[in-house]
Design a protein around this ligand. Structure first.
Ligand SMILES: Nc1ncnc2c1ncn2[C@@H]1O[C@H](COP(=O)(O)OP(=O)(O)O)[C@@H](O)[C@H]1O
Ligand SMILES: O=C(O)C[C@@H](O)[C@H](O)C(=O)COP(=O)(O)O
Length: 328
């Protein structure tokens, strides 16, 4: 089955959350201590998803707070050049900074991210900076879970979600769990659950659902989806890394999407590229099986490249990879 969206809207996706800086190690296969040079990219999961979606041709906008400095200017200019509407990205006037994510590429399987997110501008997005007249123009509001980590960004997201529901805008919740900034798993669980209960589509890894469910051991996919289907969700996506992903429909249908073979350079960027291509396919009326292929192929392309945002693929690159590996 395909998911339907309100067609009478100017934007396809408006994302809310952080737009930051990634500093990706230029020297591979060595620890951070021995990494001397980095390349700068725009980063932050929802910004990556917005950029990836815009590159695929979706009409995309962004709500977020960025620093009023050279990094903020870079972020805004880059996103705008990539086709993201930045009219609702506000500058922080209190001297707060951009979040930085330094990446360590130890091996294709072992990558980690060292985040610097103290006093970051994005977590100071205020509810008064969330504009109903903007949100109501979109088919989808894409919420990043990290924006729930602290007030006032947390309240800004709650406001955005309630405005989306009021104005027939589908809410897509990407759990995007980053331990940094949260006080405890209990706290994450409370706020993630509150937004997941209002979301039409929920996307996350199995590990992230375990955090949302406040579990210490791995939970069961069917139990997770049964719980979410008691609320607003019509589609729940559970990602399992190299084992691919599953999409569960409220109707009871279950679909599996495979991971594509690729020359892996680093593991990060998979989730964001997956989300942008999965959503692109859904919003273009493709069925869920096809959307899973788009997500998996897009992720395979990005993990073979150096960045997350700049490496986002085009539709024809994704279609080519799907075609090349269609018999496997
Ligand atoms: N090493 C890999 N090679 C190919 N595809 C991958 C790889 N890792 C992840 N993917 C693809 O990206 C999707 C999302 O990855 P996953 O690791 O589950 O999420 P996240 O990056 O959000 O933690 C997977 O379902 C899979 O299709
Ligand atoms: O989300 C961040 O703040 C860091 C990202 O920009 C970084 O590129 C990354 O970790 C992406 O990984 P993913 O969320 O697994 O796609």
């Amino acid at each position: 089955m395909a998911i339907t969206f309100n067609t009478d809207k100017k934007y396809d996706i408006i994302a809310i959350g952080r737009a930051c800086i990634d500093l990706n190690a230029n020297e591979y296969h060595r620890p951070m201590e021995k990494t001397m040079t980095f390349t700068k990219y725009v980063g932050g999961s929802p910004a990556n998803i917005a950029i990836g979606s815009a590159k695929l041709g979706l009409k995309t906008g962004f709500i977020g707070k960025i620093p009023e400095d050279q990094h903020g200017n870079f972020i805004k200019q880059y996103m705008s050049e990539k086709g993201v509407d930045t009219s609702n990205m506000v500058f922080d006037t209190e001297g707060r900074k951009a979040g930085l994510a330094f990446t360590e590429i130890l091996s294709p399987e072992e990558c980690s991210i060292l985040m610097y997110r103290d006093n970051v501008a994005d977590l100071y997005l205020d509810p008064t900076e969330v504009d109903e007249s903007y949100i109501k123009q979109s088919k989808v509001l894409l919420v990043s879970g990290t924006a729930l980590a602290k007030s006032p960004s947390r309240e800004a997201v709650f406001k955005a979600v309630s405005l989306a529901r009021k104005n027939d805008v589908k809410v897509i919740f990407e759990l995007d769990y980053r331990p940094y900034t949260w006080k405890s798993q209990e706290e994450v669980s409370i706020y993630y659950s509150a937004i997941a209960e209002q979301a039409d589509i929920v996307i996350a890894t199995r590990d992230e659902y375990d955090v949302m469910e406040n579990r210490q051991t791995e939970g069961d996919n069917q139990e997770t989806v049964n719980n979410l289907f008691q609320y607003e969700a019509e589609l729940v996506v559970i990602k399992h890394g190299v084992d691919g992903s599953y999409a569960y429909e409220k109707t009871g249908s279950i679909h599996h999407g495979k991971a594509y073979k690729t020359q892996v350079l680093k593991t990060f960027g998979a989730g964001d590229s997956y989300a942008s291509a999965f959503l692109y396919a859904l919003m273009n009326g493709k069925d869920i099986e096809t959307a899973l292929k788009f997500g998996g192929a897009s992720a395979a392309i990005v993990v073979s490249k150096h960045s997350s945002s700049e490496a986002m693929p085009t539709v024809s690159e994704i279609e080519q990879l799907i075609k090349d590996q269609s018999v496997d």
